[in-house]
Each structure stands twice: as C-alpha cells, then as structure tokens.
Design a protein around this ligand. Structure first.
Ligand SMILES: [Zn+2]
Length: 177
C-alpha cells in the first residue's frame, strides 16, 4: 500500500482534493465509496477501508457516492500533472528520468508513476515517447531529414528512431535520408 491508513484518513478529514482519484475511501456500513475530498460527514475510522481504483471498489460491492461522484475521478488531475506534462513536452529532445519529474513537482515518484498508469495505461517513458515521436512527425512533415529529426527528438540511433516511429505511425512518408 502506498499511503498509510492514517495518512489517507487525514486527507479525508481535510477534504483534500489533491488525492482525488489516487485512492478511494469505502464506507463499510453504508457500502458507499467516495473521493477523499467528499464533503459528506467523515465516517468513523473503523468503518473505512481504502482501495486504489473505482473498479476495485465496485468489485467489493461498493456503490458510488451521489455527492462526490467518484466515478468521475479519472478526469480529475492533481495540480502537479500539468507541470509534469509541460516538462515532458519541453524536453522532447532527450530522455527525462522519472526522478527528475519527482524533484520538479516535489511528489513521490510512485504517485506520478501510478497516475500515468491509471490515466493512460502506460509508463511515463512510454508517454514521453509518444510526445517525442509526435514532435518528430511534425518535423518530418515540415521537410526535416530523418537523421536530423532522430537526433532532434533524442534518438542516438537512426535505426532505433525509425523502429519506434514505425510502431506508432507506420512507415515514414516521403522519407528524406
Ligand atoms: Zn462522497
């Protein structure tokens, strides 16, 4: 478990929205599950258990709270997400280590990894690769040479770049050597 019970219970008591979607309090007595920020009365500690996805809550027989609508949680972004995505976009020309992101937004690396896994079903580096290849596509369609574009988006090997590109977009059109 990535957060302690007491930590999560504290977030509930504070109605902290920054953890919405990252964990879900389930109330055993009412069989309702919520967002940590739910404004409903705080349930007793003994009546709460925590899960980390809404599908898990449903699997255990909990119903979504009508007040905080926990099923909408996947659309909720913690406030550090935009900074992480902006940093990845700006740095399309190199690999960005996960730890660099963690330091940038002062979040636990496992929180960031989990977010990308939950939201996009991929690792951060895979998410970043799609950004870099997207940039490559743009550069290529503006007449960039493959060898140059590969290097501009941070690939040391042209072969490696072509393989990755092909996987995402198919063959490079009108390829200039
Ligand atoms: Zn609720």
């Amino acid at each position: 478990m990535k957060y302690s019970f007491d930590f999560m219970y504290k977030k509930m008591r504070e109605n902290d929205t920054s953890f919405d979607g990252l964990f879900f309090p389930c109330v055993k007595t009412t069989k309702i599950f919520c967002l940590p920020s739910c404004k409903a009365r705080l349930p007793l500690k003994n009546n709460v258990e925590f899960v980390f996805s809404s599908s898990e809550a449903i699997k255990y027989g909990y119903n979504p709270c009508k007040r905080c609508h926990p099923l909408n949680a996947p659309f909720y972004n913690p406030d550090w997400v935009e900074d992480v995505k902006a940093h990845l976009s700006e740095n399309f020309d190199r690999r960005v280590p996960d730890t660099e992101l963690a330091n940038l937004v002062n979040q636990d690396i496992s929180t960031i990894r989990r977010y990308f896994k939950d939201q996009y079903g991929m690792l951060i580096k895979d998410f970043h690769r799609t950004i870099r290849l997207n940039k490559a596509k743009e550069l290529l369609s503006n007449g960039g040479k493959v060898t140059e574009v590969a290097s501009l988006v941070g690939y040391q090997s042209v072969k490696g770049f072509k393989l990755a590109y092909k996987k995402q977009y198919g063959e490079i059109e009108n390829e200039k050597p």
